[in-house]
Design a protein around this ligand. Structure first.
Ligand SMILES: Nc1ncnc2c1ncn2[C@@H]1O[C@H](COP(=O)(O)OP(=O)(O)OP(=O)(O)O)[C@@H](O)[C@H]1O
Ligand SMILES: [Mg+2]
Length: 528
């Protein structure tokens, strides 16, 4: 027998929420726009910072970095989380440009709302955006130049502007370029693993410096150990230098007090043997990842061997790369092959006692950043990490003008193409062009200027280098020294297009029971 044809069929579990069609799309677009809005005001040299406060611990982070802001704030809406992916992708592949990528995604979605309101189908918009992106990337491939050392310094400087590290921009960008030049291979590859960045609280970022070698925040363990050793034979121990099993063997039943003394004497002899086996191989310096027993330290000092304990894994790895030493886990397994070679010296950093290890055959450098408080030194470190990454990209990539210059050039280029196209797809290309202008527009807004005046002036400009200067006037950004790797811009355009399209293609949001952020977004609590 046939069932009632009017009877609704439930295919979804009870409690599942479903939003379909335009309301679903609007909700997603609004959530994505609100996310972009949250970082908009931080864009550019005059962008503001955000203070992020953890609800449960009250711990605060002060930052201008788009990716950091979006990582730290608790965003629930699924479409908004797609935007966070944009900033993550941008950060992972380019280190910088995360705010721009997010602002661009928001702008693409905002412009597509206008098209949707004119009854242009989302798939047509997507097709137009894809075409526009392709045209923009092709045009982008035509511009840019190989950078000189001076340009590299400017790239680092551009990445540092707007961050609290900006005041020491000259010092930090020189450090950045020197560090990268130092670890560059003969074939031009840059191994950023060989650049260690340390962050010392106290002093100002102007006092930051670059040390040739691996700097370790540890000092020698005994006053009688030599503080500096040239041409040292170096042992890297990754297990503790102590008698491990005492706790288990403590079950031994002792019947006579003299047995305790025997036991301790045995232990002492074993520790002395340990030091002696190390000495036997002509080792001058021991870096131990774990603990070293006090008695063993005493015997090592007697043998004139300098020792350090509780060295971080990352430092052990850096020392292995630098000195050629291999990790040893038992003293009786030491052979000459496992030992490395280097120069070890004690150095002071303000109140910090550290040890510097250098080598003649390999290069590693340590960047010592300074900041007055832990908050400022952490933000300096974040900015420096970005600058370092961007500068290493610029080494192997072309560079272009910043300050929204390239975005407005691409917008002008796409407008010409959209006129040629003359269809609905052309309207989407035009919308894409306007979205690209969100970068110079936001830079102008954040500089306190009228964004429309700026856009009109930029539309009249020619060439690929006129952008929005710090004071908001339209100037040649290359003359101003504001340049960035082409990849930062092309990757941002690529990611922003991908995720805008992804969001535009969704017309049905089905939220399972208990899903976070189901249904319509409530972004009212977000920062703007
Ligand atoms: N001195 C300057 N004058 C004009 N524009 C500048 C200057 N320095 C940087 N810019 C521009 O500012 C924009 C970058 O701003 P910002 O560093 O705040 O954001 P982002 O790089 O997109 O993201 P984030 O650094 O947070 O990952 C780029 O368009 C860059 O060209
Ligand atoms: Mg930046």
């Amino acid at each position: 027998m046939m069932g009632n044809p009017n009877q609704p069929i439930f295919i979804l579990k009870e409690g599942t929420e479903r939003v379909k069609g335009r309301p679903a799309m609007s909700a997603n677009i609004n959530a994505a726009k609100a996310t972009a809005e949250a970082v908009r005001t931080t864009l550019g040299p005059l962008g503001m910072d955000k203070m992020l406060v953890q609800g449960n611990t009250g711990e605060t982070t002060i930052t201008n970095d788009g990716a950091t802001i979006l990582r730290e704030i608790d965003i629930e809406h699924p479409a908004a989380r797609l935007i966070i992916e944009v900033s993550k992708n941008q950060e992972e592949s380019c280190f910088d440009g995360t705010t721009s990528a997010v602002v661009l995604t928001g702008a693409l979605l905002e412009k597509s709302e206008d098209l949707l309101a004119q009854q242009i189908h989302p798939t047509v918009i997507c097709r137009g955006f894809r075409k526009a992106e392709k045209l923009a990337q092709e045009e982008l491939d035509k511009i840019g130049w190989d950078c000189s050392l001076e340009d590299l310094r400017r790239v680092a400087g551009t990445a540092l502007t707007g961050k609290s590290a900006e005041s020491a921009s000259d010092t930090l960008s020189s450090i950045c370029v020197d560090a990268i030049s130092a670890v560059k291979d003969k074939d031009g590859t840059i191994n950023t693993d060989n650049i260690k960045v340390l962050n010392f609280e106290g002093g100002t970022s102007l006092e930051s410096s670059l040390e040739l070698g691996v700097l370790i925040e540890k000092e020698k363990l005994h006053s009688e150990m030599p503080p500096s050793v040239n041409d040292a034979s170096i042992l890297l121990m990754n297990k503790a230098l102590e008698i491990k099993d005492t706790k288990f063997d403590a079950q031994l039943s002792i019947t006579d007090p003299s047995q305790i003394n025997d036991f301790l004497a045995q232990e002492e002899a074993a520790l002395k043997d340990m030091a002696a086996s190390i000495g036997l191989h002509g080792v001058n310096v021991v870096f131990c990842q774990k603990e070293i027993d006090d008695l063993c330290i005493h015997y090592l000092a007697k043998l004139g061997i300098t020792a350090y304990k509780r060295i971080k894994q990352s430092d052990m790895d850096a020392l292995a790369r630098l000195t050629g030493a291999k990790f040893v886990s038992k003293v009786d397994e030491i052979t000459d092959e496992e030992l490395g070679l280097g120069h070890v010296s004690a150095v002071e950093f303000g109140e910090h006692h550290c040890t510097l290890v250098r080598s003649d055959s390999a290069t590693s450098v340590t960047v010592c950043l300074r900041g007055a408080t832990s908050h400022s030194s952490m933000e300096v470190e974040r900015a420096f990490d970005d600058a370092l990454g961007v500068t290493s990209i610029a080494f192997s990539n072309k560079v272009i003008a910043g300050g929204g210059a390239v975005h407005s050039h691409l917008a002008r280029h796409l407008r010409k193409e959209s006129i040629k196209d003359g269809s609905r797809v052309g309207m989407a290309i035009e919308a894409f062009a306007s979205a690209l202008e969100s970068i110079p527009r936001t830079l102008a807004e954040n500089a306190g200027l009228d964004p429309v005046d700026t856009l009109i002036a930029l539309r009249k400009a020619e060439g690929t280098t006129h952008g929005v200067g710090v004071d908001g006037e339209i100037i040649d950004m290359v003359e101003e020294g504001v340049i960035e790797p082409r990849k930062v811009v092309s990757n941002a355009i690529g990611c922003a297009t991908e995720s805008a399209i992804m969001i535009l293609r969704i017309d049905d949001v089905i939220s399972m029971k208990g899903a976070k952020g189901a249904g319509m977004p409530d972004m009212s609590g977000m920062m703007g």
